[in-house]
Design a protein. Structure first.
Length: 79
């Protein structure tokens, strides 16, 4: 495989990645509480779609092609 680009934004381990409709983007969820949507064309993050909840350690996410909705699951870091 050849590296075609690098996506930068998460400050911790990425726990889940899903392709978006027509494989034009990715959605990623990180252990630091961030969910980002990325556009593969240009290798850029869609800032308007950022969701950051620092008290949540995301472990899994799903992307619904028909609605464009993202569901992210994780655990709360509060003791």
């Amino acid at each position: 495989f050849d590296c075609i680009g690098s996506l930068q934004g998460h400050s911790s381990m990425v726990k889940s990645i899903c392709w978006t409709k027509n494989d034009t983007g990715l959605v990623s969820a990180g252990f630091e509480g961030a969910v980002y949507e990325w556009k593969i064309d240009g290798m850029k993050r869609e800032d308007a779609d950022d969701n950051i909840m620092k008290s949540t350690a995301y472990s899994c996410l799903c992307y619904d092609d028909s609605t464009g909705m993202i569901a992210a699951m994780g655990s709360n870091k509060v003791a």
